[in-house]
Design a protein around this ligand. Structure first.
Ligand code: ZN
Length: 312
């Protein structure tokens, strides 16, 4: 199935800027229920910029892969009998909601051995400090993101460095993971792929999930939107040598990932809830390639605007 035009547009505009209305922070302050049936469904008419702090009902995606995030920001739990991996911590208010979602599915937060990250922007990393304390897990990110997580703030390497609202709680004891390195917990294997560009430490992750004899390649492909603060120019290679080339290489990487099931840091960027709930096919072998091509078109459009001085 081809990606609907509306989704491609969402991909092009999906940002890590603070949402105009960040959602119900007050709800996050109350203890979150361990009863999944008590969690309201996400609004069907939401957009990528909605519901970042609103708890989504936790649920199975496929096999050992579970959705534990919010209505607007993805957090994934990949489980094994020997321990689990949590992918992304979403926003700061989302941390306790993700913990509650893990419990609501019947898993113990203390069984999470690793927390990994798609990229080091506040909407995917601000909940990590809380979740690390709640789980005792080791945080593993690619090298460009290590100092950003330690500091709770990026630097000029980040295209969005000057945007307001990007700071987040610092994370201690962050360990690097290399491009192509595989984390192993018993039979669980999850591999990091360097896909920088939207952020310097951008990383996509792949693993296999099985239900009986049926096994699928799961791909958590990082954001590809080429947005920035007012000063940054992707085309200014003197300011950041090799960054644009690395961005393009990362897009190629995502296009070529083993990918039966595309998962994205903003769930609506890949229509994830409709696909989990069976209203659209969950499995789509061409989804990563089309996601990558949408990101590539977005980048080329951005570069064209930089050439004519009409950006951002
Ligand atoms: Zn971002």
């Amino acid at each position: 199935m081809r990606m609907p035009l509306a989704i491609a547009v969402l991909l092009a505009t999906a940002a890590c800027r603070p949402a105009a209305s960040p959602g119900s922070v007050a709800e996050a302050a109350a203890p979150a229920s361990d009863d999944a049936s008590a969690v309201l469904a996400c609004p069907a008419d939401a957009t990528v910029m909605d519901g970042w702090n609103d708890r989504a009902p936790p649920r199975k995606i496929f096999g050992s892969t579970w959705y534990v995030g919010t209505c607007g920001i993805t957090s994934l739990l990949v489980t094994s009998p020997q321990g689990h991996v949590l992918l992304d911590g979403a926003t700061e208010p989302a941390g306790p909601l993700i913990e509650a979602n893990v419990r609501a599915l019947g898993f113990e937060p203390s069984d999470i051995k690793y927390i990994v990250n798609s990229h080091e922007h506040f909407d995917h990393a601000a909940g990590i400090a809380y979740l690390q304390r709640a789980t005792g897990a080791t945080v593993r990110v690619r090298e460009p993101a290590v100092s950003t997580l330690h500091n709770g703030r990026s630097d000029r390497d980040d295209p969005q460095f000057l945007e307001e609202g990007q700071a987040f709680p610092p994370v201690t004891g962050v360990q690097p993971i290399a491009d192509g390195e595989t984390l192993r917990i018993g039979t669980l294997e999850i591999t990091a792929h360097a896909t920088p560009g939207h952020a310097p430490g951008g990383t996509s992750w792949t693993w296999r999930a099985c239900e009986g004899e049926r096994c699928l390649d799961m791909a958590y492909a990082d954001s590809l939107s080429s947005i920035s603060d007012d000063e940054y120019r992707y085309s200014d290679d003197a300011a950041h040598p090799g960054y644009l080339a690395a961005f393009r290489k990362g897009i190629d990487t995502i296009a070529a990932l083993p990918c039966d099931v595309l998962l994205t840091p903003h769930p609506l960027a890949s229509n994830l809830f409709a696909r989990i709930d069976g209203r659209e096919p969950l499995q789509d072998a061409g989804a990563c390639r089309r996601y990558a091509e949408s990101g590539r078109a977005n980048l080329e459009s951005r570069l064209a605007r930089e050439r004519t001085g009409t950006t951002p």
